[in-house]
Design a binder for this molecule. Structure first.
Ligand code: FAD
Ligand code: SIN
Length: 534
């Protein structure tokens, strides 16, 4: 099954096609080059679009005095609530420090303390100060700048912007051998075309736009995960959508990307207050306001239910040098009429991160030959049921390096694509009702009845098909596929764990210490399995 498109009108090729230009795609591309492979880097909007440039808090790595990968591992496992893959976490925390040093060598500049050492801060779930940051709260922008500078200066990486990857191309052996693209370009590469390669790396980021309010930018429509599902790959842990606890509350009328108030603001002393001015996280968890993010989001949700108000307060007036430490957040508060130096900030949870994604091994290989996945689109198992703060940029650096090394060792010859004739496409009109239904029924708290209601809405929306291939329809179809996968997995998991909170099954149960995997067979039927945690 593939999305409906026009006929491919042009073709190009490289050793490897990398889809996406965030930390994961850029790191993979640079490392492929260091192994001498030619790279075609395609990205759906401008090259600097994506979640990476919005990252605030920083990158977690055991670089501080006395810190060790083992301590980082412990915090990651606790946040992951029993569902982390221990080997994937080992890789992340032990290869993380070297990956960060390499990033620094590539030109990324991190903030320093008064003594000239790299300044480290703390975020939810970390028992140590271990988060490197840049420009105060503009870490992602600096990571993106440094990697983009390196990528743009490498003549062996061809970049195509405004190039939306629609579907994987497979050979008659079933191996992925390229990708169908839609390019808004000039000259010969305009419209639908095919990019052939000996392997394809999907690094298309998250799927926050499945929900009404998200910290994710507009490009985060989960295209790569949907592409992989249609290509026959397994996804895993997709029910674990992480809701960031402190997103600036503006109004329900504000949909799409909302301004984030980094967890690092609490790391530097800000506190959460309810409408009775009580510091409600105290006594709820030993780390209080700096408990793992699922714990804080749940408690904020409880407070909102109790008060009937759609937000709680974040008091940052006590944070030292707020304006210089958090310049981006200061500016976005001011732009929304709030002075964080003098006033409390209204905050509420919003969809932030997909802890699951396309199931991959430790070298980013999906269950389909030739198809590799990196970054937020992947489920390496390192995040389990709830990603630890600032482990995502790190994951892109570490696994991008590993994927390139694995491909350099074994890259088969180019195969010829066979064009699949069965197509599907949904009308862009479905997006708004889909997002509202997902936020209402599959949000911070879910239940059998809320999920069933959302599934029913999704079934109704699937009847609104389209015959007009265009960006909005491809994105709408992808959002619908992912929303369905999330709701189905959330229905299967009859317990509460990490960021999956079921009001009808409020406890965790050892009988659920398994990963839910989902795939779509060639006739379009969904199939889910339980895989015990390693
Ligand atoms: P992205 O950076 O999202 O890049 C995806 C790329 O794929 C983009 O270039 C996009 O345009 C492209 N793309 C998408 N679809 C297609 C398509 N169909 N065809 C072609 N290209 C496509 N994590 C941390 O570790 N620390 C933090 O401090 C932190 N703060 C965050 C703050 C915010 C506001 C947000 C939203 C996230 C934050 N995260 C943080 C999470 C982290 O930023 C992301 O998980 C990470 O950047 C994902 O990197 P990526 O390369 O996988 O995806
Ligand atoms: C934040 O700065 O609070 C976000 C960090 C993250 O998502 O890892």
């Amino acid at each position: 099954m593939r999305l409906l498109t026009g006929k491919p009108g042009w073709s190009t090729s490289a050793d490897v096609v990398v889809i996406g230009s965030g930390v994961a795609g850029l790191t993979t591309a640079l490392n492929l080059r260091s192994h001498g492979l030619s790279v075609l880097l395609v990205t759906k909007a401008r090259i600097d679009e994506g979640s990476t440039k919005w990252a605030q808090g920083g990158i977690a790595a055991a670089l501080g005095p006395g810190d060790t990968p083992d301590q980082h591992k412990k915090d990651t496992l606790i946040a992951g609530a029993g569902l982390c893959d221990s080997k994937a976490v080992d890789v992340l925390v032990s290869e993380g420090p070297e990956a960060v040093r390499k990033l620094i060598a590539q030109g990324a500049v991190f903030d320093k303390s008064e003594t000239g050492e790299i300044a480290l801060t703390r975020e939810g779930g970390h028992l140590r100060d271990r988060i490197l940051h840049a420009g105060g709260d503009a870490t992602g922008a600096e990571v993106s700048r440094a990697l983009l500078t390196a990528v743009k200066s490498d003549k062996g990486i061809e970049i195509i912007e405004h190039a939306l990857a629609i579907d994987a191309l497979k050979s008659k052996t079933g191996r992925v051998c390229g990708v169908l693209l839609h390019v808004i370009g000039a000259g010969s590469r305009d419209g639908v075309g095919s990019a052939l390669a000996r392997a394809v790396v999907v690094a298309t980021g998250g799927l926050g736009q499945v929900y009404s309010q998200t910290t994710n930018p507009a490009v985060s429509t989960g295209d790569g995960v949907a592409l992989a599902l249609r290509a026959g790959a397994k996804v895993a842990d997709v029910e674990f959508i992480q809701f960031h606890p402190t997103v600036l509350w503006r109004d329900l009328a504000n949909r799409g990307q909302q301004p984030l108030i980094s967890e690092a603001v609490r790391g530097e002393g800000a506190i959460l207050l309810n409408h009775k001015n009580e510091q409600f996280m105290v006594g709820k968890h030993p780390q209080a306001d700096l408990a793992p993010r699922d714990v804080v989001s749940k408690e904020i949700f409880n407070q909102m239910q109790q008060s009937g108000q759609p937000f709680v307060w974040l008091d940052a007036t006590r944070v030292k040098d707020f304006q210089s430490r958090f310049p981006t957040i200061y500016a976005s508060c001011k732009a929304n009429g709030i002075d964080p130096l003098k006033e409390k900030i209204p905050v509420a949870p919003a969809s932030h991160y997909a802890s699951g994604g396309v199931k991959v091994d430790l070298n980013g290989q999906s269950s389909v030959a030739g198809l590799y996945i990196c970054g937020e689109s992947a489920c390496t198992g390192a995040h389990g049921a709830n990603r630890l703060a600032s482990n995502s940029l790190l994951e892109g650096l570490v696994f991008g390096t590993r994927i390139a090394a694995a491909l350099a060792k074994q890259l088969p010859a180019q195969e010829e694509p066979v064009y699949e004739s069965k197509t599907t496409l949904l009308d862009p009109k479905i997006v708004l009702p889909l997002q509202i239904s997902m936020s209402e029924g599959a949000g911070v708290m879910r239940s059998e009845s809320s999920l069933r209601k959302t599934l029913q809405t999704l079934n109704e929306l699937s009847k609104l098909t389209s015959t007009e291939p265009q960006i909005e329809s491809w994105e709408a179809s992808n959002l619908h596929l992912l929303a369905t996968a999330i709701v189905q997995s959330a229905l299967i998991r009859k317990e509460s764990r990490g960021s999956h909170w079921r009001s009808d099954y409020p406890q965790s149960s050892d009988s659920w210490l398994s990963r839910i995997t989902t795939e779509i067979d060639e006739s379009g039927n969904w199939k889910s399995d339980l895989e015990p945690i390693q």
